[in-house]
Design a protein around this ligand. Structure first.
Ligand code: NAD
Length: 462
């Protein structure tokens, strides 16, 4: 039985590697020229906009099914290609996308009637949307963007991160195969096989692209917002997790480390540092060390770690982003047991490993004297991104004050950060969280525009 499992794993790995090394060009949405990709998406959109909602839903259903079937292959491809994250959590992320990204049910019509007739406010497509995707969640972002955009009657052209191109090409081809199998058109999602800043520029300037959606760091969000077009910007965060003395400290330690280590800290919503009230800070660290697989780094190790994961200007070492705690420690010559999943330490809020959005399982703890100081410290650490901030407290007034003061798109209370994506919490899933432009957790309703359909002097039967 063990041998059989081993053979199955090897076969899966080989298949994934073959697919990585042989991205097919010129088919199912993959083009060598950005103008061609845009043209193909335009043609497909002419069909999609006329599809009944029921038919759009059939295509979305096929995308969900293929995502489930290929969850492991997609996870392995992304880890092999980018070196970031871990296969187990990436499988979960894909299953979450398949199950919890909203489809056409997210779109509703409003109506009002009166003496002078009936007006419907119906939501229709923008047309072809231009989307830019990150290397941290490459296939997940393509999938949730495509599902939401298609539900709204749009098609999409992607300019993906070059570091995750093979995974992205595979995903785009899979999406188009799903459309064809469900009776829809090819090229509902398109891209180029060698994306660059130049192809991005062509996409942003194209008169045929009516809406831009950027998921990534501050540079790309500023780029789309400066394009002169309508744009949705899903940018960076640096989410603090505040723990006060009223919290269930043991559970807080478990939730925070679970959230922080999910996919090696790649999600933008993941806990990036802890702010702990002095009276419970040592207890919190105790549970993190004894029950949650954390390793407490010494001052000297921290200095080496800082130099290993970023340069003197604070730029991240791409070979450290999304790596496991064990891998990060091995980069500085420290070998630890297999159960270690997070690196921790006490430090001032200005410490570079605390104030920087690392996307690595490193959780610095800032000790504060009380909740009031914790509130200000957490707000400072979030850097005004207004993205995500989490809190562990049983005091409802403090939770309310925290959520108001930080004013973030996401605030998870007494749970791991991924509860915000519907994983152990009441929510739907997306990997495009638009804090800067205010759409919040994007879904189909973010990618449609309003149409006022006015019938005068009829159809009001009141
Ligand atoms: P990145 O900013 O390096 O790249 C994101 C995408 O933007 C890539 O496709 C890249 O090629 C492109 N890009 C970068 N600068 C550009 C420019 N000036 N013009 C046009 N395109 C440009 O980010 P990354 O390392 O791939 O992803 C990690 C970052 O993304 C983190 O800061 C993380 O918080 C953020 N992120 C945010 C969300 C969200 O939903 N808010 C989701 C995932 C990642």
């Amino acid at each position: 039985m063990a041998d059989e499992q081993l053979v199955q794993n090897v076969v899966r790995e080989v298949v994934a590697r073959m697919q990585i090394s042989a991205p097919a060009r010129g088919m199912h949405g993959v083009f060598s020229d950005m103008e061609e990709a845009i043209e193909a998406a335009r043609t497909a959109q002419q069909t999609v906009r006329l599809l009944p909602m029921d038919q759009r839903e059939k295509i979305i259903g096929a995308i969900r099914r293929k995502t489930r079937e290929n969850a492991e292959i997609l996870a392995r491809m992304a880890v092999n290609e980018t070196g970031m994250g871990n296969v187990g959590d990436k499988i979960l992320k894909h299953l979450l996308v398949a199950d919890k990204v909203p489809g056409t049910e997210d779109i509703s019509t409003r109506a009002f009637s009166g003496d002078r007739g009936l007006t419907l406010i119906e939501m229709g497509p923008f047309g072809v949307i231009g989307a830019i995707t990150p290397c941290t969640n490459p296939s997940e972002t393509v999938l949730c963007n495509t599902i939401g955009m298609l539900a709204g009657g749009n098609t999409v052209v992607f300019n993906p991160h070059p570091q995750a191109i093979k995974t992205t090409l595979f995903t785009i081809q899979m999406v188009n195969e799903a459309s064809l199998e469900a009776g829809g058109p090819d090229n509902i999602a398109c891209t180029v096989d060698a994306p660059t800043l130049a192809t991005s520029e062509i996409m942003m300037k194209s008169p045929h692209i009516k809406l831009l959606v950027a998921t990534g760091g501050p540079g790309v969000v500023t780029a789309v917002l400066s394009s002169g077009k309508r744009a949705i910007g899903a940018g960076a965060g640096n989410p603090p997790a505040l723990v006060d003395e009223t919290a269930d400290i043991r559970k807080a330690a478990e939730d925070i480390v679970n959230g922080c280590t999910f996919d090696n800290n790649l999600p933008c919503i993941a806990e990036k540092e802890i702010v702990a009230v002095d009276s419970i800070a040592d207890e919190l660290l105790h549970y993190m060390l004894t029950e949650q697989g954390c390793y407490q780094a010494s001052e000297e190790e921290l200095d080496r770690l800082t130099k290993a994961v970023m340069d003197e200007k604070g730029r991240l070492n791409r070979k450290a982003v999304g790596r496991s705690a064990r891998k990060l420690l091995s980069m500085i010559g420290v070998e630890v047991d297999a159960n270690i999943r997070c690196i921790t330490f006490f430090g001032p809020k200005e410490h570079p490993l605390i104030t920087t959005e690392l996307m690595m399982p490193i959780l610095g703890i800032v000790r504060v004297k009380d909740f009031a100081e914790g509130l200000e410290t957490a707000a400072w650490l979030e850097h005004g991104n207004k993205h995500s901030a989490h809190i562990h407290s049983k005091n409802v007034d403090r939770i309310t004050e925290y959520a108001r003061r930080l004013d973030t798109t996401i605030t998870v209370k007494n749970g791991p950060s991924y509860a915000a994506l519907g994983f152990g919490g009441e929510s739907y899933c997306t990997f495009t969280i638009a804090s800067r432009t205010g759409e919040g957790l994007t879904s189909a309703r973010s990618f449609i525009k309003s149409r006022h359909c006015v019938m005068t002097d009829s159809l009001c039967v009141r």
